[in-house]
Design a binder for this molecule. Structure first.
Ligand code: CP
Length: 318
């Protein structure tokens, strides 16, 4: 009885809720959406998901480029029987005439039942959510947060290892500007994990985050050399060229780490390589065929996870 009651409470907590930062959610709420994502993957495979959102419209407002987030949300909505409106890049919108982000979001809230937005300015999704009465899902706000990426990352880890607790996770690359890293670390603070951060000096994980990790009593180390021995997961992060104020600084670090077959050989037998993608030069294509490479599967997991998220925020039962 308690289990059913807990599930009911968790479902109500997700219903009509904006998804802006992973920090807004408890571990129980995150675990709940991971369980629902597994259920959704089953419904998707059996073809039983196609009517869940047949009366709903999703608006995708992408002020910044995206392949996976935009397309997987669209695929999720279509697989649920819903419809999608929106834009990718502002060149065909009235923002070109001077309309503000907020007015654009207000318009979309009048046309759709929920909004997914990506914007280069940190805090933009939060601001949008405070000004509309439909759920807003943050598809990435600058270097800040990418909460649904985190949910699909955690889902991938759980699917692979059957658990998140006990994992030794190494994060490699641009830990300063990488929003997927920031969101994921915020979530992992709620689990019993060990973290290893590998980055150049000028792309280290922000100090406020290491302070929070210490407060949460999470064991972690920071280093510069690409030593991934002993890790269960190597999470590679692209150097975020678009966030560097000085292009010359980017040139200095753009190829600082390259995961190749030699690095893959250094890993534990069952360790996996993850990457939110897009990949540029940081993982060699020769690694794609190894059993360790899970990044394409990780991206595919975005569809059932985002299907579950769309249903949960809309209050649609499944
Ligand atoms: N993982 C991710 O956010 O990819 P896109 O930038 O292509 O959406």
């Amino acid at each position: 009885m308690d289990l059913y009651f807990n599930a009911y409470i968790l479902k109500m907590q997700w219903s009509k809720k904006h998804i802006i930062s992973i920090k807004d959610f408890s571990r129980a709420e995150i675990d709940f959406v991971l369980e629902k994502s597994a259920r959704m993957e089953g419904l998707l495979a059996s073809g039983k998901s196609t009517k869940l959102m047949s009366d709903k419209i999703l608006a995708t407002l992408f002020f910044e480029p995206s392949t996976r987030t935009k397309m997987s949300f669209e695929a999720a909505m279509l697989r649920l029987g819903g419809r999608v409106i929106g834009f990718s890049g502002v060149s065909d919108t009235s923002i070109e005439k001077g309309e503000t982000m907020l007015d654009t979001v207000r318009m979309a809230a009048g046309y759709a039942d929920m909004i997914v937005m990506r914007h280069p300015v940190e805090g933009s999704s939060r601001l949008a959510s405070e000004n509309v009465d439909v759920p807003v899902i943050n598809g990435g706000d600058g270097a800040n947060q990418h909460p649904t990426q985190t949910l699909l990352d955690l889902y991938t880890i759980k699917k692979q290892f059957g658990k998140i607790d006990g994992m030794n996770i190494c994060m490699v690359g641009d830990l300063k500007y990488g929003r997927t890293i920031h969101s994921l670390v915020d979530a992992l603070k709620m689990y019993d994990v060990e973290l290893r951060f590998i980055s150049p000096q000028n792309l280290k994980i922000p100090a406020y985050m290491t302070k929070e990790l210490k407060k949460s009593k999470i064991k972690f180390e920071e280093r510069e050399d690409l030593n991934v021995q002993g890790c269960d997961i190597v999470y590679v992060q692209r150097i975020q060229r678009e966030r560097f104020p000085d292009p010359q600084e980017y040139e200095k670090v753009k190829d600082c780490y390259v995961v190749d077959l030699g690095v893959a050989d250094m890993m534990k037998e069952n360790a996996i390589i993850m990457h939110a993608l897009p990949r540029v030069t940081e993982i060699k294509h020769e690694v794609d065929e190894t059993k360790n490479a899970k990044y394409f599967q990780q991206a595919r997991n975005g569809v059932p996870v985002r299907m579950a998220v769309l249903c949960l925020v809309s209050g649609v039962d499944f």
